[in-house]
Ligand binder design. Structure first.
Ligand SMILES: [Zn+2]
Length: 148
């Protein structure tokens, strides 16, 4: 697969399946929704990257083509980071919402693991600290730009 090519449809399908499991275990639509939202909306950071690097927003197909071909020299993806897992866990525990935190972590973790497995990037790519240590430089991170 191409870099960063895990498709939104794949995330929708897997997030729906994982969230069905959350519903089967909890019988809670709130927890189910949290799992699903966490599993899908993590990818909004691609739009933020596009805005920061391109200094504009475009219709989704144009942005998706840009992501698919990885045209940006920088790759931030602020929401994609295994470091967020303990943060979410500690925050939910501190706020007295461990079930909500668990549901969010189910959705969030499966998304990251699916990206890690499907996108074929450096094993540490989905660590925010690894990307930061490489200056968020797409070339250093192995997310190469492709010519037309
Ligand atoms: Zn993703």
């Amino acid at each position: 697969m191409d870099p960063l090519s895990m498709r939104p449809r794949g995330h929708l399908i897997i997030s729906t399946a994982v969230s069905a499991g959350v519903y089967a275990a909890s019988r809670s639509w709130t927890l189910t929704s949290l799992s699903w939202i966490a599993g899908v909306l993590i990818d909004v950071d691609h739009v933020l990257d596009y805005l920061v690097t391109q200094k504009r927003l475009d219709p989704y197909p144009m942005m998706f083509k840009h992501f698919d071909r990885q045209r940006s020299k920088k790759c931030y993806l602020w929401l994609h980071g295994f470091e967020w897992i303990p943060v979410i866990g500690l925050l939910s525990w501190t706020l007295g919402q461990p079930l909500a935190g668990s549901a969010i972590l189910m959705g969030y973790s499966q998304h990251l693991l699916l990206d890690q497995w499907a996108n074929g990037l450096h094993p540490l790519f989905y660590f925010l600290t690894f990307r930061a240590a490489n200056g968020f430089e797409a070339e250093k991170l192995g997310v190469l730009e492709k010519p037309d």
